[in-house]
Write a protein that binds this ligand. Structure first.
Ligand code: NAX
Length: 328
């Protein structure tokens, strides 16, 4: 049996945590031969700790063979000590009285602290996935606060947007999701996100030849971007099981590989495709040997450039706000 991998999940007593932890315990994320030391980090309040205790009791009751240990703590040092994988899910939700900069401010404090704790205590090769919103900017903050860790290892989740898109495309064309290749969602996990079919093949045929342009522009792009709100409207709560599933997919592929198959990950830009260096940006990647690589050599159309630019502007505006907070 392999040596256990230490996995930290923040916001473990929340909605997404409640789906995510059981999937990790079942072996869906790291494989059926990989034991896990699972650490749940929650806020240091009586109600959060009590809820986390309840989740831990249920995890115990599953008797998952792959769960080598389960701990629950509000302590950043204990949680991140030697952590090899961190899923940063816990974040401050937006409440009615908050504007965008209040939300950025509240979350910046959380991700500044967690970034520092990762820098001080985590395994030097830790892989970090930020789910908590604003996910791209929170990943940027954590990375900036962890200067001793490879910047490449701080990613944000756009896999839910990717998965949502696959199903829309499959349903429109009557194909299977597995028939779709070379698709990605560029940019920010927000209204400007750009699900891009320029290079996409569906069952070997060019997606642009199969899909009516008006459906793509007027239905597909806005439907993917507003799917989160549609779920809240229908369910009364935000996406949880599908978000947990996307987090599992993201880490699974990063660790276990995709071969030459594209996936979407939000990763720190190295200036690819004119995206300013350092922004955490959704891009097409392939994963091999525990590492990801941004797909290179794409010739962008004017339409792609324009949509990528909208996302650059959105993320640069957030970066300007949080850079001041990080510097304090
Ligand atoms: P919940 O409000 O159900 O759970 C959040 C949990 O985080 C709570 O238990 C809370 O106590 C905990 N928490 C808050 N601050 C913490 C801290 N500093 N340390 C540890 N734990 C802390 O939210 P949930 O529905 O689980 O969503 C979590 C986050 O995911 C939200 O920010 C949400 O907006 C974001 N999402 C991101 C998605 C993406 O695709 N990137 C999609 C789904 C989701 O909307």
């Amino acid at each position: 049996m392999k040596k256990p991998v230490k996995v930290v999940v923040t916001g473990a007593a929340g909605q997404i945590g409640y789906s995510l932890l059981f999937r990790i315990g079942a072996g869906d994320m790291l494989g059926m031969d990989q034991p896990v030391d699972l650490c749940m980090l929650e806020r240091n309040t009586e109600s959060s700790m009590k809820a986390a205790k309840g989740v831990k009791m249920e995890l115990d009751d599953c008797a998952f063979p792959l769960l080598n240990s389960i701990t629950s703590t509000p302590d950043l040092k204990k949680a991140f000590k030697d952590a090899q994988i961190a899923l940063l899910v816990g974040a401050r939700p937006r409440t009615k009285d908050m504007n965008r900069s209040d939300l950025l401010n509240a979350n910046a404090q959380i991700f500044i602290e967690q970034g520092r704790a990762i820098n001080n205590y985590a395994d030097r090769n830790i892989k970090v996935l930020v789910v908590g919103n604003p996910a791209n900017t929170n990943a940027y903050i954590a990375r900036k606060c962890a200067p001793d860790i490879n910047p490449k290892n701080f990613t944000a989740m756009m896999r839910l947007d990717h998965n949502r898109s696959l199903t829309q495309l499959a349903q429109k064309t009557g194909c299977k999701v597995t028939d779709i290749e070379k698709f990605c969602v560029w940019g920010n996990h927000g209204n400007t996100m750009y699900p891009d079919i320029t290079n996409t093949l569906i069952a070997g045929k060019k997606a642009e030849d199969l899909i009516p342009t008006d459906w793509y522009l007027d239905y597909f792009i806005p439907t993917v971007a507003s799917r989160g709100s549609a779920i809240i409207e229908a369910r009364g709560h935000s996406s949880a099981a599908s978000a947990a599933n996307a987090a599992i997919d993201h880490i699974h592929d990063w660790v276990l590989g995709t071969g030459d198959k594209w996936q979407t990950m939000a990763v720190p830009s190295n200036g690819e495709y004119g995206i300013p260096e350092g922004l955490c940006f959704g891009m097409p990647v392939t994963c091999n040997n525990g590492d990801y690589e941004v797909v290179k050599g794409l010739e962008l159309t004017d339409f792609e450039r324009e949509h990528i630019l909208q996302n650059v502007k959105a993320l640069e505006a957030e970066r300007a706000v949080v850079d001041e907070l990080i510097a304090k």
